[in-house]
Structures are given as C-alpha cells and as structure tokens.
Design a protein around this ligand. Structure first.
Ligand SMILES: NC(=O)c1ccc[n+]([C@@H]2O[C@H](COP(=O)([O-])OP(=O)(O)OC[C@H]3O[C@@H](n4cnc5c(N)ncnc54)[C@H](OP(=O)(O)O)[C@@H]3O)[C@@H](O)[C@H]2O)c1
Length: 291
C-alpha cells in the first residue's frame, strides 16, 4: 500500500518514517519538498504518488508565535489541511489527519471524549479545529482525525529536550504545575497511526496519547530523574512548581487536556504504555544518538 506523509521532517514525520511497517510503501515529504499551503503543489504530489492513504503530519506548531501570526497558522493548519483533503478526494485516498488536545478549553476534570465540544482558547487550537472540520467535511467517512497531546521525540524540538538543556545549565528551574495533560512519545503515536492506516473501517475522530496524567512540573521532575538514572545529566537542578500566572506566555493553554482513549484502544487493539515508560525509552534512544 502506498502512503504519502506530509511534514516528513517534523517530530512525528520522522517517527512515521522509522516505524513504517513492512508492506507499506511510505513516501514522506518535508516542507521544502511539499508546502501544503500550495494547493496546486499538493494536487501534483498526490497525482504523482497516487497514495491509498495520506497522513498529514505537517502543521504550524508554534503555539505562542501563532498569536502574532494567525494568518500563517490558519494557512497551514486549516487551509493546508483542506488542500490535502481535496487532493485525497480526487484520487479516492483516505486521509489520517493529526490534531491536538489544544482544541479543548480545559474546563473538564475528566478525560475529553472524541465528541466533546471543542472550544479552543488560542489561535493555534482554533486553526487546528478549523482544519479538523475541513477534513471531516470534505472527506466524510474517508477522513480520520487523530488528536494527541504533549508530543516529544528524540528528533526535533520539544519540552524534553528544552528541559534537558536547561537542566545542564541552571541550578533552579520553575515549571508550571497547574496544567495537566499526557506526555506522548511520537514514536508510539506513529505506531498507532500505522494501525489506523491498516484498518479501512477507521473513520471519524480518535484520541491517542500515552497513558496516565501529569503536570508540566511532574513531567520535568520525571525528565530529571530518568535522565539522571541513564547518565544523560551530570547535575540535578532544583525544580520548583509554579502557577500558570507566574509564567506569562502569549497563548492561553487548557488547564486540563487529558484525552479519553477507550474507543481507540478497543478499535486498534493496542494499549499505550504509561508516559513514564515511554519517556525512558525515548531517553535510551537519546543516549544512543549522543554517544
Ligand atoms: N508538538 C506537540 O506537542 C503536539 C501536541 C499535540 C498535537 N500535535 C500535532 O501533532 C502533529 C505533529 O506535530 P509535531 O510535533 O511533529 O510538529 P513539528 O515537529 O513542528 O513538525 C511539523 C512539521 O510540519 C512542517 N510544516 C510546517 N508548515 C508546513 C507547510 N506549509 N507545508 C508542509 N509542511 C509544513 C514543519 O516543517 P518546517 O520545520 O520546515 O516548518 C515540520 O516539519 C501536528 O498536527 C501537531 O499539531 C503536536
């Protein structure tokens, strides 16, 4: 089966390349090879590769910067997604479109269900929600929207790598402790996406993240602890919990964005590991890369 992956050099795009199962012929295009905001280029690429399935891993992911460049965020996350959906329809391909927990406002205190009403707080979340709607409207049952949360990987920029470099250079780090979600290793998400690709009956909205719940503070403490155990850090700075108000940023974030995954677990017949377990696996990999 031929699969076209957009955003091939992002964290998820790279993990999709590394985890592509046997029997799937994946072509992953980076942003310089395919700009999804260019409808003609998207059409040409789809006509050239004739995929049965497209995975859209391309996105504008700079949550705070999006507040000052909304046009760019919407162009990629909404118009770009719609371009891919239209091109998919023209060759009868399915589309697996990746979205985010930031489509929710965080007012719930139990995991968000796939059909809970999205109420995004910032430009990034709003542009991603618009992309979801476009994809589902254009492709109907040929679209799968997979929402995920707090992604990291050994490749690309993310919270784990930022924390590790701060921990190497500082004696004290202050981290927000009143926002809860689930850290997710992009490698595990990529494996779940391949499972979705292999299930033609999968359609509609799915949630996928690692298991468990954490605050950014819990996540930072686990990074320090596991990195210390694995010899990735020589020092262990003090980590202090702070409130959202003490760390002003441009974009408002949901206070709680844990995703309910029961349906996905049943349909895909896979259970995501606890986030700490996957964090350990990612750090093993990081150690290998740094050697
Ligand atoms: N990162 C998270 O914490 C997180 C959380 C929840 C959901 N998600 C979702 O998960 C998906 C994957 O995210 P990620 O963490 O892998 O993001 P990422 O590392 O930022 O990768 C996104 C990729 O999209 C590419 N891209 C940007 N604009 C493009 C365009 N116009 N045409 C084609 N490609 C373009 C980027 O290329 P350049 O680098 O060249 O711009 C980058 O390679 C996204 O849908 C994101 O919204 C992410």
């Amino acid at each position: 089966m031929k699969i076209l992956v957009t955003g091939g050099s992002g964290q998820l795009g790279q993990e999709l390349k590394r985890t592509c199962p046997e029997g799937f012929n994946a072509v992953a295009l980076s942003s310089s090879e395919l700009d999804i905001t260019d409808a003609q280029a998207v059409n040409d690429a789809v006509k050239l590769h004739k995929p049965s399935v497209i995975i859209n891993a391309a996105a504008y992911t700079a949550v705070d910067k999006a507040e000052s460049e909304p046009e760019r965020a919407y162009a990629v996350n909404s118009d770009g997604a719609a371009n891919i959906a239209r091109a998919a329809r023209s060759v009868n391909a399915r589309l697996v479109h990746v979205s985010t927990d930031f489509v929710f406002d965080g007012r719930k205190s139990s995991p968000y269900l796939p059909y809970d009403t999205p109420r995004p707080l910032g430009v990034y979340g709003k542009s991603k929600r618009q992309g979801e709607k476009a994809v589902l409207e254009i492709l109907e049952e040929d679209a799968v929207v997979v929402r995920t949360s707090w992604l990291y990987s050994a490749y690309g920029r993310n919270f784990v790598k930022t924390m590790l470099s701060l921990m190497e250079s500082r004696e004290e780090i202050r981290v927000v402790s009143d926002q809860a979600g689930t850290p997710t290793w992009a490698h595990g998400l990529a494996q779940a996406l391949w499972k979705i690709v292999s299930l033609p009956q999968a359609q509609g909205v799915y949630h996928w993240s690692d298991s468990g719940i954490a605050s950014w503070y819990d996540f930072a403490c686990a990074i320090s602890e596991i990195a210390g155990e694995k010899g990735l850090l020589d020092s262990s700075p003090r980590i202090l919990p702070i409130n959202t108000e003490e760390y002003p940023v441009r974009a408002k974030r949901p206070r709680y964005s844990v995703l309910y995954k029961g349906t996905s677990i049943r349909v895909l017949s896979i259970t995501p590991p606890h986030w700490r377990e996957n964090l350990g696996l990612m750090m093993n990999e990081l150690k290998g890369i740094r050697r």
